[in-house]
Design a protein around this ligand. Structure first.
Ligand SMILES: Cc1ncc(COP(=O)(O)O)c(C=O)c1O
Length: 388
């Protein structure tokens, strides 16, 4: 059978291989501590679930406008104004089946063969996969722990060419938890406006931000960058709604109209039931978000202090999201080997950095309870002391 190049080039997921191995071990009765999760471990808050149940009971179970209900897009427009100082009309907003779908729509609408998309590395592994599916070329910009895994203006400027179509900004980031300041974003915005490329700003971890760090939406930094930015967000991480599949994008009307047309033929609308739940989440009481964030911050501190007390591995304190990147370069093994050994020998599941573009790191998620974090830290400590 001859499959298209588009799908043949999609690599098998190393992440999935490790997580399914860990799941198999758990099934066999082995006590594995998992730091592999890419989703909050909290339940979806009850008032949000009830809105979904009410949608089913009242028969709100049919097609909706393909870009999402006006009620939800109005709630999102209100959220953008209140949280992000951004003015988007409902016509500039398209609701999709998760932020991943929103991002794929954007790459499909903006990128094609011959275009380059700049992506800071380490990166969320779906960015290059989606860019490849659009037939554009991903171009990576390396970062290091020394600069909190953030690119500088100079790093970005060095990679801009005539082919540069977009830059992917992810703050707070997966996998490093990096948060860009307003000044750092202004420098990026200046280059985007000067060279005429788009910024795709993935703000899905916006609400999970700790200490004194503040979230800034790059599109709020001035009229010119507003016109060159597509802002992406979703409910998966902030409201613990990964299974409901609601994400959204907002940007210049012309681009959003094209995305709306694409989605209307490719997917119709996101689930009507999930849209009702999302409206309740965005327009409702935000205390649930603050509670989850407080708990995440405690766990982050616990994990970072555990790693700081270990020999041979190191980490910096992430300012956002729910991941800690650990430098394993002193262990003299690849990240995939380290992840496999940690699972086999210490019974701790982690994600190797290699598929994220950095083989000298492993990613530990703190979307798990404090008792598990303590147990896992003890196991890793003992393992690294034997492997350094
Ligand atoms: C950086 C980043 N963006 C987007 C997403 C997509 O989230 P969803 O499609 O669940 O909204 C994820 C999920 O892991 C992510 O880590």
């Amino acid at each position: 059978m001859k499959l298209t190049k588009r799908v043949s080039d999609i690599a098998e997921s190393v992440t999935l291989a490790i997580t399914s191995k860990a799941k198999k071990m758990v099934k066999e009765g082995i006590d594995v501590v998992s730091f592999a999760a890419g989703e909050p471990d909290f339940d979806t808050p009850m008032h949000i679930k009830e809105a979904g149940i009410e949608a089913i009971k009242s028969g709100f179970t049919k097609y909706t406008p393909s870009s999402g209900t006006l009620e939800l897009r109005e709630a999102i427009a209100g959220k953008f104004k209140k949280d992000n100082a951004l003015d988007y009309s409902p016509a500039q907003i398209v609701v999709s089946n998760g932020a991943k779908h929103s991002l794929n729509n954007i790459f499909q609408a903006l990128c094609e063969e011959g275009d380059e998309v700049l992506i800071p590395s380490p990166y969320w592994l779906s960015y290059p996969a989606m860019v490849n599916m659009s037939e554009a070329a991903p171009v990576f910009i390396g970062t290091s722990a020394g600069n909190n895994f953030k690119i500088t203006e100079k790093d970005l400027a060095a990679k801009i060419t005539k082919k540069t179509k977009c830059f992917v900004l992810n703050s707070p980031s997966n996998p490093a938890g990096s948060v860009y300041s307003a000044d750092e974003m202004k420098a990026i915005a200046g280059l985007a406006v000067k060279h005429g490329f788009y910024v795709i700003s993935d703000e899905i971890y916006e609400k999970l931000i700790y200490g004194g760090a503040k979230h800034v939406s790059i599109a709020s930094l001035g009229r010119e960058i507003y016109e060159r930015t597509i802002t992406v967000n979703g409910l998966s991480k902030s409201y613990s709604m990964t299974g409901w599949r609601i994400g959204y994008a907002a940007g210049p009307l012309e681009i959003m109209k094209a995305i709306a047309n694409l989605q209307s033929h490719a997917a119709s609308n996101p689930s009507s039931i999930s849209q009702k739940a999302a409206t309740a989440a965005i327009a409702g009481d935000q205390r649930c978000v603050a509670e989850m964030k407080r708990e995440f911050e405690k766990r982050r501190d616990l994990m970072v202090s555990g790693i700081s007390g270990m020999k041979n591995i190191a980490c910096i304190k992430p300012e956002g999201a729910f991941y800690v990147l650990c430098d394993i370069s002193k262990l003299k093994m690849s990240s995939v080997e380290a992840a496999n050994k940690l699972l086999d020998e210490a019974r701790v599941a982690v994600i190797p950095g290699m598929p994220f573009g950095d083989d000298s790191v492993i990613r530990l998620s703190f979307a798990t309870g404090t008792a598990q974090i303590e147990k896992g830290m003890d196991r890793i400590k003992e393992w690294v002391s034997k492997n350094g």
